[in-house]
Write a protein of this length. Structure first.
Length: 181
């Protein structure tokens, strides 16, 4: 993790205080950004790597981030771009195999915990729909902020959210989860 203390102690990137400002920003938002990456489809370890890469990109261009109308929206856009480009590179490296090993392990448990059920349900959405759901309901961005982050019109944001929520509402995993409460 990029820590604020490292950047502030070693002199950082410039002399005008932006290193301390960046450090404070990272400290305040690290956990939320990692959780956003997990909800986008990363494993927890992969999420930390994606967030670290995104924040490194933000640090290099911190003057642009600082001058953005909405820093959080800007950083989330960088996070989504980093996630997407990483998936694209990963997909290009994947090669089919003749046989897939059986990954089923019967450990006697029959219930899924809530986080697993939600993650599985989110994976049923398109990447665009998943990004919209994460930005709206986890990052709590407004439709205008989401439109800026995603680079689309507010109407497109509403349409993606509407379609995603319909898919999630029809998901039997989430229906079972709602019924259990």
């Amino acid at each position: 993790m990029i820590t604020g203390l490292q950047w502030a102690e070693d002199g950082g990137v410039d002399e005008n205080g932006s290193n301390a400002e960046f450090s404070e920003y990272v400290a305040a938002r690290w956990a939320r950004l990692v959780r956003s990456a997990v909800l986008l489809g990363c494993s927890p370890a992969e999420a930390e790597d994606v967030v670290q890469t995104a924040l490194t990109r933000c640090l290099v261009n911190w003057s642009k981030v600082r001058s953005a109308d909405d820093r959080d929206a800007y950083v989330h856009r960088v996070l989504i771009n980093t996630f997407t480009s990483g998936r694209r590179r990963h997909w290009m490296r994947e090669r089919p195999v003749a046989e897939v090993s059986d990954l089923h392990h019967d450990d006697g448990t029959t219930t899924y915990d809530d986080a697993d059920a939600i993650t599985r349900s989110l994976q049923r959405l398109t990447p665009e729909q998943r990004a919209a759901v994460v930005l709206r309901y986890y990052a709590h961005l407004t439709e205008q902020q989401m439109a800026a982050v995603l680079g689309v019109a507010p109407g497109t944001v509403k349409s993606r959210l509407s379609r995603a929520l319909k898919i999630l509402a029809d998901d039997p995993t989430l229906s079972d989860l709602r019924g259990a409460r």
